[in-house]
Design a protein around this ligand. Structure first.
Ligand code: C5P
Length: 240
């Protein structure tokens, strides 16, 4: 199982092109934070931008949420490992064999990224779950999938701040809990429904905080990130 370190912030590089991505990276310090590339930027700019960001010293979370037959997911995870990413993710609802294939792919590769699982997308409500034949509460389903992911050797899960405490208790201290929906005190929620401050997320047991627009859309992103670090340091002096 992975060791959760003190570099807790992951900046979501939710940009449509490489130029805006590079502009932000210029004001970020890879010793202080990590970065995440998701489906939009990856589909537009591809693996070469991933490699460039890693060459610049950043730990990179490749957020492509793989969900396919075990053989295909295993090979996709192996390809992500070959790119040198720090973290990659799959959908837990792809099932046991699929997650085991992801785990095995990393075990066989030279570079070993963390592999985490998405449980229930935070955009899904109880009635969305019922539509696809899941007749338990979202919380119950999240817990079930998180425990299955843990049995399959996943390093952790992506979860909402509302689920962090429950999952920390269910899955133990070393399980990686990656939490989006983070907003510094006084910031706009944008389209996030359940937001939590960086300090409260860490208090609730979150391992890594994914932060996008509060930093990427700030007038001065570097200063905004410094302010977030100040808020965190006030409560957790050991964190980066
Ligand atoms: O801009 P904001 O801070 O809301 O960005 C959050 C990031 O986390 C985005 O990249 C979004 O896709 C991602 N994310 C999320 N909710 C999830 C999973 C991922 O907001 N449940």
């Amino acid at each position: 199982m992975s060791e959760i370190d003190n570099k807790r912030i992951i900046i979501a590089l939710d940009f449509p092109d490489a130029a805006s991505t590079r502009n932000l990276l210029r004001v970020l310090d890879p010793a202080q934070c990590r970065v995440k590339i998701g489906k939009e930027l990856f589909t537009r700019c591809g693996p070469s931008l991933v490699e460039e960001v890693i060459r610049n010293g950043f730990d990179l979370f490749l957020d492509l949420k793989f969900h396919d037959i075990p053989n295909t997911v295993g090979k996709a995870v192996a390809a992500a490992a070959d790119l040198g990413v720090w973290m990659v993710n799959v959908h837990a609802s792809g099932g046991r064999d699929m997650m085991m294939a992801a785990r095995q792919a990393v075990a066989n590769s030279q570079h070993k990224p963390l592999v985490i699982a998405v449980t229930v997308l935070t955009s899904m409500s109880q009635s969305d779950l019922a539509d696809i034949g899941v007749n338990v509460s979202p919380q119950e389903h999240v817990k079930r999938l998180a425990l299955l992911a843990q049995q399959c050797g996943m390093d952790g899960v992506v979860c909402s701040a509302a689920e962090t405490e429950m999952l920390r208790a269910a899955c133990g201290a070393d399980y990686v809990l990656v939490t989006p929906g983070i907003r510094p005190v006084g910031d706009d929620a944008n389209d996030q429904k359940r937001i939590v401050t960086p300090v409260d997320a860490v208090k609730a047991g979150s391992s890594y905080l994914v932060i996008g627009r509060p930093v990427t859309q700030a007038e001065k992103p570097g200063e905004k990130l410094d302010e977030i670090f100040r808020q965190l340091h006030g409560n957790f002096p050991n964190l980066c």
